[in-house]
Design a protein around this ligand. Structure first.
Ligand code: TYD
Length: 209
């Protein structure tokens, strides 16, 4: 399905299954931007605002929320992240590059599985697209083994579910092929230095000269 939406120039999103290394690479990119004095802002979803906190309660299992409630919370958190004060849109208007660890593609993949595709598609239909989507591809077995050292796994962090998420992500990302958004797929099984270079290659290609 081809989806025509507004594209936000200077907005970059990292996506991938749990354990695919998006958070590590977001930090590495932030360090590189700082060194190069590139004006930027780095953020993540679920956010660290009040709605994001509620989502983390649900993901930990402490708040036993309906799957549809979780989908709605993610969409509400995203609206704050994007349009709230000092949100992505404000940062882009101020001329910064905005980079987010996860965005609506996570909702289409994860909540598409937990509550059916229709609700997350509807809740996320009006959000604009980033200029660049970096899609971290990793085999779920490898991803889960990377996560074994983490304490207190969240409700989605098990092999069976992550295998389904990996398939859902492939479908979701390819549904945006004709959207005008630049999509770069990265092999996240490589070592972090190698992935960092691949991220940089893709990111530097869209930076203003
Ligand atoms: P994650 O990036 O793994 O955060 P942390 O490293 O702090 O655990 O995100 C938490 C989980 O939230 C992850 O399993 C993906 C899931 N998620 C969704 O299910 N839908 C969404 O829209 C987003 C943004 C995340």
């Amino acid at each position: 399905m081809s989806q025509k939406r507004e594209i936000l120039p200077g907005f970059i999103v990292l996506e991938g299954i749990d354990g695919s290394g998006t958070t590590t690479q977001l930090k590495r990119l932030e360090t590189r931007f700082k060194k190069l004095h590139i004006r930027s802002c780095f953020s993540f979803e679920p956010s660290n605002g009040p709605v994001g906190e509620l989502i983390r309660e649900a993901l930990s299992g402490r708040f036993n929320a309906l799957p549809s409630t979780i989908a709605r919370l993610f969409a509400a958190d995203r609206a704050e992240h994007l349009y709230g004060s000092k949100g992505i849109v404000d940062q882009l208007k101020a001329g910064k590059i905005a980079v987010s660890d996860r965005y609506l593609f996570s909702s289409l993949a994860y909540q598409g599985l937990t509550c059916g595709e229709e609700l997350p598609a509807m809740l996320n239909a009006s959000f604009p697209l980033p200029e660049l989507l970096l899609f971290f591809k990793l085999d779920p077995d490898t991803a889960i083994s990377r996560m074994q050292s983490r304490k207190g796994l969240e409700i989605y962090e098990n092999l069976d579910f992550q295998k389904r998420v990996a398939n859902a992500y492939d479908r979701v990302v390819s549904s945006f092929d004709d959207s005008g958004m630049k999509i770069v797929c990265l092999d996240a099984s490589n070592n972090p230095e190698f992935v960092e270079e691949a991220v940089w290659q893709a990111v530097s290609a869209i930076l203003p000269a």
